[in-house]
Design a protein around this ligand. Structure first.
Ligand SMILES: Cc1ncc(COP(=O)(O)O)c(C=O)c1O
Length: 428
């Protein structure tokens, strides 16, 4: 029965029952962590063959370049080909780099800030005049995108993101009006945290919309392009093709990595864009490094072999993590469904479930869970400046703990969600 239908006496009885259940959690001495979207050890083990590669017999790449030496700024052709096939981007429009796409996001934005990106002056010049560069942030979103933008002095402008895409009307209006809005963050496939997928239609609107800034940039972070949780393995949208068609070929910066394909701490990252954007990035990159870790790129090419090799590996990941997502969805439905106090996403891929609890209780839920030994990301962390105006969103990352721990943690979390909701209702 919905909480809203309970009489005061029924609410008090439920409160008592939940308090008892909650107090029972504490002595169990739980140490459960649902905070960060990390692959589990079992997932990392799938790529252990990498640890023995490339081996002393493999010291040159397909082009005959010695991978142990300096050079090869754009990265190995063979690894760019594999990820180009997966992302639907020609290999010559991709750069392969070291282990973190977040570093490429940092570098590309810093280059735009200091040197200007094609089509625009250095953003820092505007900042020096006292202007504030702004970036549109579909929310809920990835906290590190927001932290990076904030660290560079950008103002974060939240825009609603639903599971089928962002609030396009607001985005179009803001981008058309304000020349200081220079960028938008987009996680197009299985977004962190709500699993949103951007369709070709939504993408076409974003690449073709008029913008007041000539150097407006779509920061297209396709971190979860191949991270399917169902048989419906959606194909990546040809964002660069659509941008070229819309006569804004230079509008998009593409980011991706193998962090959640092979090793999160030792994968290969990628930057994609038009030929102009790639040349611009390489020109700036050449002052920062003489070349990437090509040995790591070669070992990845040898291990993954081709795009189908990656797809096969991702199905093995899915076999490990899909039961964890299923457990979260089953327990939330079982414990919370009838009370109508919470909503959660049932993502078709990616690494997260986004849980909306009763308004103005998320911080309390996180506090209650922490006291019971269940660590959650701070409430509001999926919102710019960590401020969720309704204090209702909690990001659940179920991949890292073993399945049994996921079950215990979500059951405990459900108790906290209900307890916080009932307590608030009683106080009203
Ligand atoms: C949307 C998104 N982008 C990027 C990253 C980090 O990528 P990388 O490991 O390549 O730096 C994450 C990690 O959680 C993420 O969720």
């Amino acid at each position: 029965m919905s909480l809203a239908d309970l009489s005061p006496a029924e609410l008090s009885a439920l409160h008592e029952e939940l308090t008892t259940r909650y107090e029972e959690l504490k002595p169990a001495g739980l140490k459960l962590d649902l905070t960060r979207g990390k692959p589990s050890a079992e997932q990392l083990d799938l790529s252990n063959e990498l640890l023995g590669l490339p081996g002393p017999d493999h010291t040159v790449d397909a082009a005959g370049v010695d991978v142990r030496n300096y050079g090869g700024l754009q990265g190995l052709q063979e690894i760019r080909q594999i990820f180009g096939d997966l992302l639907g981007i020609p290999a010559d429009q991709l750069i392969a780099a070291d282990n973190s796409s977040l570093s490429i996001m940092h570098d590309s934005l810093t280059f735009a800030l200091l040197h200007g990106r094609p089509g625009g002056a250095p953003w820092a010049r505007l900042q020096a005049r006292g202007e504030t560069i702004k970036v549109l942030c579909p929310t809920p979103g990835y906290d590190r995108h927001f932290m990076l933008s904030e660290a560079l002095g950008f103002e974060l402008i939240p825009v609603d993101l639903d599971v089928d895409g962002p609030d396009l009307d607001t985005i179009k209006k803001l981008a058309a009006e304000d020349p200081l809005i220079k960028a938008i963050w987009v996680v197009p496939t299985y977004a962190n945290p709500n699993g949103a997928v951007y369709s070709s239609e939504v993408t076409r609107e974003l690449v073709s919309m008029p913008t007041a800034a000539d150097d407006f940039t779509i920061l297209w972070d396709n971190a979860y392009a191949v991270h399917h949780l169902t048989d419906d393995e959606i194909k990546p949208v040809d964002v660069l093709g659509l941008a070229a068609e819309a006569r804004h070929p230079d509008r998009v910066f593409v980011y991706a990595s193998s962090s959640k394909i092979t090793f999160a701490g030792a994968g290969v990252s990628f930057f994609g864009g038009s030929k102009t954007i790639i040349d611009w990035y390489l020109a700036n990159l050449s002052k920062r490094t003489i070349g990437p870790d090509k040995i790591n790129q070669l070992r990845h090419a040898l291990f993954l072999k081709d795009a189908d090799g990656v797809r096969a590996l991702m199905r093995r990941h899915r076999a490990i993590i899909e039961p964890k997502f299923a457990a979260v969805e089953e327990i939330l439905a079982d414990r919370l469904g009838s009370y109508e106090v919470a909503r959660w996403t049932e993502p078709q891929g990616g690494y997260f479930i986004s849980l909306d609890v009763a308004e103005h209780t998320a911080a309390e839920v996180v506090r209650l869970a922490k006291e019971a030994g269940i660590a959650l990301t701070p409430a509001g962390s999926a919102y710019p400046y960590g401020k969720d105006p309704a204090d209702k969103n909690i990001r659940i990352a179920p991949t890292f703990p073993p399945l049994a721990q996921v079950r215990t943690a979500i059951d405990g979390l459900a108790t906290c969600v209900l307890l916080a909701a009932v307590t608030r209702r009683l106080a009203q």
